[in-house]
Ligand binder design. Structure first.
Ligand SMILES: Cc1cc2nc3c(=O)[nH]c(=O)nc-3n(C[C@H](O)[C@H](O)[C@H](O)COP(=O)(O)OP(=O)(O)OC[C@H]3O[C@@H](n4cnc5c(N)ncnc54)[C@H](O)[C@@H]3O)c2cc1C
Length: 493
């Protein structure tokens, strides 16, 4: 085996220059790989944190943990950082790890096709140009494509309308009547900001969500100096946040240990009672499902904003758009000057907006016809040398996604080292390993609140939970420590 030679020539294509793609590129370079191309449809790095510029956009995980373990940052301004500082962190990361020179910006890949004879991937971009790679890594994320429901009359609206993930800053909201459709994690962040400037807000909430306090606080110079003093201080803090959040995972189990689910529910109920005095509004904002089934919102100022006199909370969805406003599910027209879609993302599609073809022309859409799934969230049988980061069943409701992606990168590089061995051209997870793994994942998920009877972005239309990991982050760490090569078929070169 002469890995040094093969590592130097293994061609690696990464899709997306967000948190996953950047982290993978840095770690692959550290491992000795140098032929790396990152294909990025936009003009810069940062993914989510570049695309989402809505007022108040920020992190729902304390920043010291929402950062790479190998790139600690003592300079976070807030416990829960805001988007500009998170984006800067990823931009600085790309510079420090010299990742930008691997990026092909403004290059959207539309098709990836495995070549059985050549044992390589052929990528095609929107302009029709093709590229070849031995290894294909998807860093496209779960929350990259905004979802705007196709309501009748959508195109007839005369005012400004945009999705929160592609905020149109040219639409003036000052003094205007603004309809906000949806009430997920993005809405709770921007609603308190725009409530201060709009004339009137109509908050359409078909299904209000549980919300717990954030406890935002700024880090002063003394705190930053403390963190900068020694890495162990951030690492100890990271460990505590992670362990506490993992302990709290029990609240997401249907048979919740130690009364954790009850405690979570009581905390959310108390938060609502403390912040909303009006019993009618409180009733409107009380969810009709168990906490955790949909993502729990985290905010100190969402409820106070909804309680302001210029806000109407409407416990209903909408069914159509008119030139002057929206038609609520009650059939009434609500006139407005602007509509903000806070309606989430096409979360269950993963990379399938692209055309992906594996061995013998097998299409990923076909392989996933009953819902996306992957071995350890990363590999799909029939699609050799393909690795998904933040893929199916690796999302969390309670902890940092960066932890999950780092575990994936660790596992994936061991697989790529195998591919780079002399005489090995490709590896493909066996159908039996893939099936056994996913049967286990789904049987564990059946024990969680996500499997209960509520609609969430964690599930596909058929009700299969395709997005979430079933346990603690430490369970996933164990799962991804080292590949068992009996799970893979090795294709000899
Ligand atoms: C608003 C928001 C807040 C979040 N907050 C948290 C949080 O607090 N804590 C947490 O743990 N997680 C959070 N997440 C989830 C997750 O951590 C982020 O989405 C994270 O950015 C995922 O990184 P990624 O690189 O996998 O994907 P992304 O950041 O989505 O990056 C994907 C990249 O791929 C590019 N791309 C897409 N399609 C193509 C194509 N066909 N060809 C080329 N390039 C393409 C995109 O332009 C983008 O740059 C949040 C997500 C969102 C949307």
């Amino acid at each position: 085996m002469d890995q040094a030679v093969n590592k130097a020539t293994t061609r690696i294509a990464i899709l997306g220059a967000g948190m996953s793609g950047l982290g993978a590129a840095a770690k692959l370079k550290e491992a000795g790989y140098s032929v790396i191309d990152i294909f990025e449809k936009s003009g810069g790095v940062g993914g989510t944190w570049r695309d989402n510029t809505y007022p108040g956009c920020g992190c729902d995980v304390p920043s010291h943990l929402y950062s790479y373990s190998f790139e600690l940052n003592p300079d976070w301004d807030y416990k829960w950082s805001l988007q500009p500082q998170i984006l800067k962190y990823f931009e600085d990361f790309a510079d420090k790890y010299d990742v930008r020179r691997h990026c092909r910006f403004n290059t959207e890949i539309t098709e990836c096709r495995w070549d059985d004879a050549a044992n390589s991937w052929t990528l095609t971009d929107r302009a029709g140009k093709t590229y070849t790679a031995d290894v294909l890594i998807s860093g496209l994320g779960q929350l990259n494509i905004p979802h705007t429901p196709n309501f009748p009359g959508l195109d007839t609206f005369k005012g400004g309308a945009f999705h929160s993930a592609r905020w149109d800053h040219s639409v003036g909201l000052k003094g205007k009547t603004v309809a906000v459709i949806g009430n997920g994690p993005s809405a709770v962040q921007f609603v308190p900001e725009i409530q201060k400037v709009v004339g009137k807000m109509l908050s359409f909430q078909r299904s209000p969500a549980w919300c717990r306090p954030r406890g935002q606080r700024a880090y002063d110079a003394k705190a930053k100096k403390y963190f900068a003093g020694a890495d162990w201080r951030i690492n100890w803090y990271r460990w505590r946040i992670r362990a506490f959040a993992d302990f709290g995972f029990g609240a997401f189990l249907q048979k919740s240990p130690l009364g954790l689910a009850d405690s979570m529910k009581k905390m959310c109920q108390k938060h609502l009672e403390d912040q909303v005095q009006d019993p009618v509004l409180r009733e409107k904002l009380t969810p009709d499902f168990e906490p955790g089934c949909k993502r729990i919102l985290i905010s100190d100022d969402y409820y106070p904003a909804l309680a302001k006199p210029n806000v109407d909370v409407l416990r209903q969805g909408i069914k159509a758009v008119t030139p002057d406003g929206v038609i609520g599910e009650d059939g009434q027209e609500y006139k407005c000057d602007a509509i903000i879609w806070a309606t989430g993302f096409q979360s269950t599609e993963f990379l399938t907006p692209m055309q992906v073809y594996g061995r013998n022309g097998l299409s990923l859409n076909q392989a996933w016809k009953d819902g996306a799934e992957a071995f350890k969230g990363m590999a799909v049988s029939g699609f050799p040398n393909l690795f998904l980061l933040y893929g199916p069943n690796t999302n969390l409701g309670h902890n940092s996604i960066i932890l999950m992606v780092e575990h994936q990168i660790h596992y994936m590089i061991q697989c790529i080292d195998k591919i780079a061995e002399k005489g090995v051209a490709a590896i493909d997870v066996t159908p039996s390993a893939m099936t056994a793994y996913n049967v286990r994942v789904q049987s564990e998920i059946a024990k969680t609140v996500w499997a209960s009877d509520c609609h969430s972005w964690y599930k596909n239309e058929a009700g299969k939970v395709t997005n979430n990991w079933y346990g603690k982050t430490t369970d996933y760490k164990k799962e991804t420590r080292t590949p068992d090569w009996t799970d893979f078929e090795v294709v000899k070169g």
